[in-house]
Design a protein around this ligand. Structure first.
Ligand code: KG4
Ligand code: ZN
Length: 411
């Protein structure tokens, strides 16, 4: 009798909590097609991932040595509907259970962005759901909050390093990022991809499936003499937080050519000490990233103008290049010198994915639900943009502050 009553009570509690959950938890669909990954995910307001489908086009593009935008568009178009269906199925949800649809609208390859936006518009109209436009780099910057939750409060400093970007920004919330510095030419991921290709790492079977950054990180593990090659230290005379990777890239091309001549490397061969080359390259990139981030940290911690406010001083790194353990460890080492935490999202969420887009949608809803949920009639006013800046820029303020740093060396 007692057991039966307890069971009944327990059952009613379960039903009740499920009801509460259903009432309190919103599901947001995220659609990412800014470059060469078709990402579709469903995330709830508590940060639980219910479905996450990621279709990479990397295998196709590496065959041609780079992304061909019209081909990337075709692949997104061919895959997006299947990816959505699989995502719903794995989440065991119906479209009418979704509360909103978040989609990357900027920055990115316009042809790729268009496919995501058109598909999102189609779903929004069909299922009468609001559409939330997402800034791709902001989504990278906010992603760590999905996993760290209350432990990671705004504002924090974020280093965004990917295939298309290199930026330092203070993150105050969705739509509220202040740029401190950015690359003047190439992005670090782009440089890694081009150098790995020039080095012909793809010849080696173990690297065939990897992107350039992964291949370089892997090869660098076997380096015994990372000082065998010399690399420049870009922008060392400029007291700002900008980046430049073109010098490191061009220097790499020259060094590889010189070594190939010396070793008489055949056109389908690879220089013998490629691990040392990769070790030195990774060290040079880490050093440059550290220097620029060090000045950003000093700028944010300035007594008269503390950018962290009451929040625990935190450096977050995100974007595909944040997968790199050498770079992450160096950033943690740097942050520690300033009594600052250093965090990154889980590796699967550092690179492009649909989860970060859905999470940005949730952050938008949390910030201002009413303003985020536009009426369906507004959907046609949402458009794509190949390039997009942040809400504000403090690049010139950083320059004016002219902060001189005592450099922390890489590990
Ligand atoms: O953020 P992401 O997935 O796409 C863009 O928005 O660009 O970043 C892709 C970039 C690629 O250039 C790739 O070489 C780089 O991230 N990457 C890495 C690593 N894994 C991916 N770079 C260095 N080390 C890694 N382990
Ligand atoms: Zn990205």
């Amino acid at each position: 009798m007692y057991a039966a009553a307890a069971f009944k009570l327990l059952k009613s509690r379960c039903v009740c909590s499920r009801r509460i959950n259903k009432r309190l938890v919103s599901y947001v669909l995220g659609i990412e097609t800014s470059c060469d990954d078709t990402g579709i995910a469903i995330v709830d307001t508590v940060g639980r991932v219910h479905g996450n489908v990621l279709e990479s086009q990397q295998k196709f593009h590496t065959r041609y040595g780079g992304i061909i935008p019209p081909r990337a568009q075709d692949l997104h178009r061919a895959r997006i509907d299947g990816a959505f269906e699989r995502c719903l199925k794995s989440a065991q949800l119906q479209p009418d259970q979704l509360d909103a649809i978040a989609v990357t609208t900027r920055p990115g390859l316009p042809l790729s962005l268009l496919i995501g936006l058109r598909y999102a518009r189609h779903l929004a109209r069909k299922h009468r759901k609001p559409l939330l436009p997402v800034h791709h780099m902001e989504a990278h910057a906010l992603q760590a909050r999905m996993e760290y939750r209350e432990e990671l409060q705004f504002p924090y400093l974020c280093l965004l390093i990917s295939g298309g970007h290199s930026q330092l920004a203070v993150v105050n919330g969705p739509g509220q990022l202040t740029l401190l510095g950015e690359t003047l030419d190439d992005a670090p991921g782009e440089a890694f991809d081009k150098i790995a290709r020039r080095l012909r790492l793809y010849i080696l079977p173990e690297y065939r499936e990897m992107n350039g950054g992964q291949a370089i990180e892997h090869a660098a593990q076997f380096s015994t003499n990372p000082d065998a090659f010399e690399f420049p230290l870009p922008l060392s005379q400029q007291r700002n937080c900008n980046f430049s990777f073109a010098g490191i890239k061009n220097n790499s091309f020259r060094a590889i050519r010189a070594r190939e001549r010396l070793e008489r490397t055949p056109p389908d061969g690879i220089i013998s000490n490629y691990p040392d080359f990769c070790g030195g390259l990774l060290r040079a990139v880490s050093r440059h990233l550290m220097h620029r981030t060090q000045r950003a940290l000093e700028y944010c911690l300035q007594e008269q103008n503390n950018r962290f406010g009451n929040a625990t001083p935190t450096l977050v790194i995100s974007g595909g290049v944040a997968n790199n353990d050498v770079i992450f460890e160096n950033m943690c080492h740097l942050a520690a010198q300033y009594n600052c935490r250093c965090l990154r999202p889980s590796k699967r969420y550092c690179s492009d994915n649909g989860v970060m887009i859905a999470w940005h949608g949730i952050e938008q809803l949390r910030q201002n639900r009413a303003a985020s949920l536009r009426p369906l009639a507004d959907i046609d006013n949402i458009d794509i943009a190949g390039s997009a800046s942040f809400h504000e820029s403090a690049v010139s303020l950083v320059q004016e502050a002219s902060i001189k740093c005592k450099w922390i060396q890489p590990l």
